[in-house]
Design a protein around this ligand. Structure first.
Ligand SMILES: Cc1cc2nc3c(=O)[nH]c(=O)nc-3n(C[C@H](O)[C@H](O)[C@H](O)COP(=O)(O)O)c2cc1C
Length: 138
């Protein structure tokens, strides 16, 4: 199994509808292909952790890298491992750009807790949550 973390910048004029389409595609494909992880969207930036079959993730990552809805894609971490972190999460999605300040505040306050409930902490999930915390400060 491979786990991979990357970050990217959304294209300038990204719409709510485009975000929803990304999520819809991701959730359907990832479920069918037994991929799990978490996708964060905040302040026009994405951070995603993906875990699952190595070939599936590499093929998907090549597609994601060419997706015109974002750019400046930067691979932060990848490693072969034996166990999942996000087993029960499916492809979790957190959109922190909603006008809902309450949700955002709640997430900011709880980001450490989110990180801690990730069952098995690995370097990838450490790096992932670290990047999320940095992003929240932007
Ligand atoms: C930030 C971001 C994250 C994405 N994450 C996924 C994902 O986890 N799973 C997925 O199937 N597609 C994801 N996509 C969509 C893919 O880039 C691509 O559109 C999708 O694989 C369908 O490609 P196809 O139409 O060439 O088959 C993501 C796109 C973006 C911009």
């Amino acid at each position: 199994m491979l786990e991979l973390v990357y970050k990217s910048k959304a294209k300038d004029n990204i719409t709510q509808q485009e975000i929803e389409q990304i999520l819809e595609t991701a959730q359907e494909f990832n479920k069918t292909n037994d991929l799990t992880g978490c996708l964060i969207f905040h302040n026009k930036h994405f951070i995603q952790l993906l875990e699952g079959n190595e070939d599936t993730i590499r093929t998907l990552y090549t597609k994601i890298s060419k997706d015109l809805r974002h750019h400046e894609i930067e691979l932060i971490y990848e490693k072969i491992k034996s166990q999942r972190n996000f087993e029960s999460w499916g492809m979790a999605f957190v959109n922190l750009d909603d006008d809902d300040q309450f949700t955002k505040k709640l997430f900011e306050d709880n980001v450490i807790t989110y990180a801690e409930i990730t069952p098995k902490i690995t370097k990838a999930s450490d790096i992932f949550w670290h990047e999320v915390k940095l992003l929240l400060k932007k």
